[in-house]
Design a protein around this ligand. Structure first.
Ligand code: CP
Ligand code: NVA
Length: 301
């Protein structure tokens, strides 16, 4: 069974193949030459369950569109409306769903939910974000970087802000794709200890972005964070906003990324988000292409 649970648990040769396939899929839309018969589509006769326990715009739409472009069908399910939201175990849910569908994508809170789904499902499971990681996003981000500025290997990637789930997948990717990752943020919002050794820390954001090939940030308050932490986090993170002055210290051809949704003028200014370094909408588009390649990898098609 080939799941896609995290970047650090996927073979690095497979990760590279997925990125290359995604770039090819971007050209051909459905992975087949123009005019090829429908019954050769990679997901023909495949049903995909897309489960969301948290809100989503990009993940939901890009998976749904991607499956359809490849000839499959989708079922978008809200966790709250399923029995799993009312006490049925993940193990039972996984075994039941596996009798109906060919692939499961799940966005959930606890990582254990994803792991249980993968352990008990007899179809591939894809991680559509947990409190701890967001691997599909970072596959799209690597693809986006390489489209604009060539191989990411050896490049300096600087993360400014909260050491959250999206950062964690960047940290996994730093090892697998061999780039240097620098974290700049306040100590209370440091990345989780399990990621130690995958990145370096520079508390001064101005120093951190010097020589950066890529500057990345994300929301200061994630979906799993208590709203009561909002004011405290804003006070802690204000100095780590990505604005034009900060971007000016990065390399001239540096890129700016944000997985979205963004809180403009908090973690990044509109001048940066809509400015010459920004590739935020390419990232969003590439979710579609990268995930199509991930689904094909999981299904061996
Ligand atoms: N970046 C991302 O995963 O966006 P959604 O929450 O809209 O899916
Ligand atoms: N860190 C954010 C990412 C959203 C795509 C969150 O978990 O809410």
């Amino acid at each position: 069974m080939t799941h896609f649970l995290d970047i650090n648990t996927t073979d690095s040769a497979d990760l590279r193949q997925i990125i290359d396939n995604a770039a090819a899929m971007k050209q051909s839309r459905n992975g087949r030459p123009k005019g090829a018969p429908d019954d050769t589509l990679p997901l023909k006769d495949h049903m995909v369950a897309l489960i969301f326990e948290k809100p989503s715009t990009r993940t939901r739409v890009s998976f749904d569109v991607g499956v359809r472009q490849m000839g499959g069908q989708t079922m978008v399910l809200s966790g709250a409306d399923m029995q799993l939201g009312h006490g049925e175990t993940i193990a039972d849910t996984a075994r039941v769903l596996s009798r109906y569908v060919d692939l499961i994508m799940i966005r959930t809170f606890e990582e254990q939910t994803l792991l249980d789904m993968a352990e008990y499902a007899s179809v591939p499971v894809i991680n559509g974000l947990t409190n701890r990681s967001h691997p599909c996003q970072i596959m799209a981000d690597i693809m986006t970087f390489e489209e604009h500025n060539g191989p990411i290997k050896g490049k300096r990637v600087v993360w400014s802000g909260d050491g959250n789930n999206v950062f964690a997948s960047f940290a996994h990717a730093a090892k697998q794709f061999d780039f240097d990752l620098v974290f700049t943020g306040p100590p209370p919002l440091d990345p989780e200890p399990a990621l130690a050794g995958l990145y370096t820390v520079e508390r001064d954001p101005n120093k951190a972005v010097e020589g950066a090939d890529l500057v990345v940030t994300d929301t200061w308050v994630s979906m799993h964070d208590p709203q009561s932490a909002r004011e405290r986090r804003h006070n802690q993170l204000r100095g780590y906003q990505v604005n034009e002055a900060l971007m000016a210290r990065a390399k001239e051809d540096a890129l700016f990324m944000h997985c979205l949704p963004a809180h403009r003028e908090d973690e990044a200014t509109s001048a940066v988000m809509d400015g010459p370094h920004s590739v935020i909408f390419d990232e969003a588009e590439n979710r579609l292409h990268a995930q199509k390649a991930i689904m094909r990898h999981c299904l061996g098609r």
